[in-house]
Design a protein around this ligand. Sequence first.
Ligand SMILES: Nc1ncnc2c1ncn2[C@@H]1O[C@H](COP(=O)(O)OP(=O)(O)OP(=O)(O)O)[C@@H](O)[C@H]1O
Ligand SMILES: O=C(O)[C@@H](O)C(=O)CO
Length: 423
Amino acid sequence: MSLGCIADDYTGASDLANTLTRAGLRTVQTIGVPSDDLALPEVDAVVVSLKSRSIEAGLAVTRSRAAEKWLRGRGAGHVLFKICSTFDSTDAGNIGPVMDVLRDDCGESIVLVTPAFPETGRTVYQGNLFVGIVPLNESPLKDHPLNPMHDSNLVRVLARQSRTKVGLVNLASVTRGADAVRAQLAELSAKGMGAAIIDAVFDRDLETIGLVAAGHRLSVGASGIGLGLARALVSSGKVKANAASAEANAPVGGPAACLAGSCSQATLQQIANAERVMPVLHLDPEQIVAGGSEAQRALAWARPRLADGPVLVASSATPEAVGAVQARHGRDAAGHAIEQAMADIAEGLVQAGVRRLIVAGGETSGAVVDRLKIPGFLVGAEIAAGVPVLRAVGAREGGMLLALKSGNFGGPEFFSDALGLMR
Ligand SMILES: Nc1ncnc2c1ncn2[C@@H]1O[C@H](COP(=O)(O)OP(=O)(O)OP(=O)(O)O)[C@@H](O)[C@H]1O
Ligand SMILES: O=C(O)[C@@H](O)C(=O)CO
């Protein structure tokens, strides 16, 4: 294994696994740190998926460290800590605290950090993160149910979470090439900075960053820096570019279902469009949080429909409605109860024969995949930027295909697009 990755949520992990696969790396996504008896094919990269984005920082640190130890033990010379391209976090973490300990563990003096992923509209300029044409704090992320983002300046955001001082490598240096970036990093490190946000607007910037990062032991970022690292590994000859495995795309047949727990604007639009082509059930979040039987209601609704085609069950709601539920029950309690209801529904759907399952939302996907006890995935065709078809490994007879969609990803017809590729 040349590249080890630790992803802080499951959809983010499949986004990264997709990027690495497209760049020619044989990649496997595991759920959690794999047990020793999980048979892994020969690979260039492993993405260990954690569910550590929104948990208590100390726990995120412990789990990330265990993942790093496993990856290094299997030969990973470089570890990428994969975070969200919208830098989802709070002042308590978890990006800073995890970065700090991974840096201490591998003895790195300064770590490159960038959530840039231009293919999905995430760019970083003068340390400020843009989502499409607006700064992060003006984007829909300002209304995120778990970690509303109110500051687009990542040097400030990371410094508030980290023990180390944080510097900036700006686009002017990146444009001058890898040596200029190395020189600036050395200067920042000499000033006592242990991390640097690095600007990137185009894929060519990420290639420069990848060349530099590949000479370090640790980096932090989203799929964009993964792309840069993968291209650097291929261009240096450390990894031979391989074609994606055909096995991952073999059809499984059987009923299909979609679950949406993401409340992002993108997902809300995708659900509205899905209403035109499949039956959609909207759950009542109040009932779920109050301990009602919404999951049973959803399963009773879905089961008789599965033979006729895909169905979609959604808890997703507008920022106002989400805010009202959270005000009554608390943010974490509401989020957790709804995630568990989604997991109950997923379990019931699979018992009813569903073999093709699409899940929208990182936390929601985490709850669902954990409940289904899937140990890992092979990466198949790309449905949309950052969202591949996944084939469960070590899964039930006949196989199972999943798509785990980050809340903000995918085009307006995402659910139909996914079903079209998941045969
Ligand atoms: N109607 C609702 N009211 C309150 N909370 C909700 C509602 N529907 C879903 N949630 C919660 O909102 C959170 C959504 O997070 P999730 O990570 O699944 O989506 P996302 O943040 O849009 O996706 P990503 O992390 O991939 O960007 C979950 O904790 C979910 O349980
Ligand atoms: O980087 C991203 O935006 C995604 O992979 C993700 O992590 C969203 O949950």
